[in-house]
Write a new protein. Structure first.
Length: 121
């Protein structure tokens, strides 16, 4: 499965327009958490914080909606490339936790069904 179509909001930042290939490459590793029949939408927003003394000024906001469940990541770093890496790692963690939680609930439902079958005998 390929990563779904990504909607970008650049906020008039020309340096951000050049990073679309980087985002698509890095976010393609998240497809392992999706099934073929799931609807997935992704919105990416680039924001540059106005002038300040020093520190992180490049912010990336990502909204990933998988079958109606919102996964959100926001990262503020020294460069957009670092923000992309940080946001991808955050999304990976959220998706992994969600997948683990669903697997646990599925196992728990199976155990409960087995116990009811054994009680009925």
């Amino acid at each position: 499965m390929t990563f779904p179509r990504i909607t970008y909001n650049y906020n008039d930042l020309d340096e951000a327009r050049a990073l679309t290939d980087v985002i698509e490459t890095k976010f393609s590793s998240l497809t392992k958490y999706f099934h073929e029949n799931q609807t997935v939408t992704c919105d990416v927003e680039f924001v540059k914080i106005p002038a300040q003394q020093n520190g992180p000024i490049h912010t990336l906001r990502v909204n990933l909606i998988v079958d109606g469940t919102l996964f959100r990541a926001e990262a503020t770093e020294e460069s957009f490339e670092q923000s992309i890496d940080e946001a991808r790692a955050e999304l990976d963690k959220e998706l992994r936790r969600s997948k683990d939680k669903q697997a646990t609930l599925h196992k728990q439902a199976g155990r409960e069904a087995k116990e009811k079958m054994l009680e009925a005998e």
